[in-house]
Design a protein around this ligand. Structure first.
Ligand SMILES: [Zn+2]
Ligand SMILES: [Zn+2]
Length: 370
């Protein structure tokens, strides 16, 4: 646990006036303007500000004193306060501390100088596949424009790759901002806007990319699509997206759209379609032709007395699963077409069939009553 009394060099019973007097002395000593580029001094100043904030606030000071007497250690090895470990009331000092104290922002700004490399943007593409493409797998040609590292300067933006130390930040990549407030002087570090944190600038700007380090190129790429993909599946090509200076390239995301023909449905690896047959064909049974999703013609043998919407299955004529372990089926629903008009001859035969059934029924009824 940090000893704020020791940091400020005041006794435990120091009055607020004593603390303020001592603080002003320390500010004169560790003022960042008087200690340019001195990390230690900046760190020291941060500690002094922190201690001053707590000890001049009666409520925070009382909480701190209670904590201190309890002998609990709070991350004394770290530069800044590590809140937590379950002591809510002490934690609360620091929540307040960071919200109402401008120095809190300094701590976060320091991190921006060491943040992760910038990432180029992703390129989002879409390909449309037929069911046949999905069943067999396919290769699609993708055309797009993307930012690529400039070959002439190897992405540095500098003519012939020649760079020099940035004048603005003297090669440190960060700019210190000093702010004088009633609490003292606060130092915050932000990324140098001239060299974007690299500490280097071109001796002369690369004429090809005008210093951007990247140029746009028109590209065509063959994308191999495995069998079994589904609508809205996304294939990601890592690092194939837009390049960015001093960073890593984005990705290419290819969204799959599957075109399902009219009268077809897909559910996972299973396909569903319909076949229309005349009523007498359904009644008598016989062969019907079915076009599969790959365009092949298959024969289906209808049993006599096939009912409307009866389903037949053509095994393994569906879509393969993504691991290629099996293939789903093609489910064929039989749609029975009823005639809306009859020829005189058809009518004659159907009337006879009707009579046949009526006689049948009369016999049954007769039998029943006896
Ligand atoms: Zn710079
Ligand atoms: Zn260039």
């Amino acid at each position: 646990m940090k000893d704020y009394y020791e940091i400020l060099g005041v006794p435990e019973d120091a009055s607020v006036d004593d603390i303020k007097r001592k603080y002003r002395e320390l500010v004169k000593q560790f003022h960042p303007d008087l200690n340019k580029g001195d990390e230690e001094a900046a760190k020291r100043m941060a500690e002094i500000n922190e201690a001053y904030q707590v000890l001049t606030d009666p409520k925070k000071r009382a909480e701190y004193d209670a904590m201190r007497k309890g002998g609990v250690n709070f991350g004394s090895g770290s530069d800044y306060y590590r809140p937590g470990q379950g002591f809510d009331f002490f934690d609360s000092i620091f929540r307040d501390f960071f919200t109402d104290f401008p120095f809190g922002s300094t701590i976060f700004n320091r991190n921006t100088a060491t943040q992760a490399k910038p990432k180029g943007s992703d390129i989002n593409l879409e390909v449309t596949l037929s069911l046949k493409d999905v069943i067999t797998g396919t290769t699609k040609s993708l055309q797009f424009s993307r930012a690529e590292l400039c070959e002439d300067c190897h992405g540095t933006g500098a003519k012939d790759g020649r760079v020099k130390t940035c004048d603005r930040c003297h090669g440190t990549g960060v700019i210190e901002n000093r702010q004088t407030t009633p609490f003292g002087v606060f130092v915050s570090q932000t990324e140098c806007p001239v060299c974007h944190g690299t500490g280097k600038v071109p001796e002369e700007t690369c004429p090809t990319c005008r210093g951007a380090g990247v140029v746009r190129k028109q590209r065509t790429l063959g994308l191999q699509i495995p069998p079994g993909v589904d609508n809205n599946d996304v294939i990601t090509l890592k690092g194939q997206g837009n390049a960015v200076k001093d960073g890593v390239s984005g990705d290419i995301n290819v969204t799959i759209k599957v075109l399902i023909p009219q009268g077809w449905r897909r559910k996972g690896t299973h396909l569903y379609t319909e076949v229309h047959v005349p009523y007498y064909h359904a009644i008598l049974g016989g062969k019907v032709k079915v076009n599969t999703a790959t365009g092949e013609e298959k024969e289906l043998l209808l049993e006599a007395g096939t009912q409307p919407d009866q389903e037949y299955i053509l095994a393994n004529e569906g879509v393969p699963d993504k691991n290629g372990r099996y293939r789903g089926d093609l489910h064929v629903t039989i749609k029975v077409d009823m005639p809306s008009k009859l020829t005189p001859q058809e009518r004659k035969y159907l009337e006879e069939i009707k009579k046949l059934h009526e006689n049948d029924n009369n016999k049954k009824k007769f039998g029943f009553f006896n």
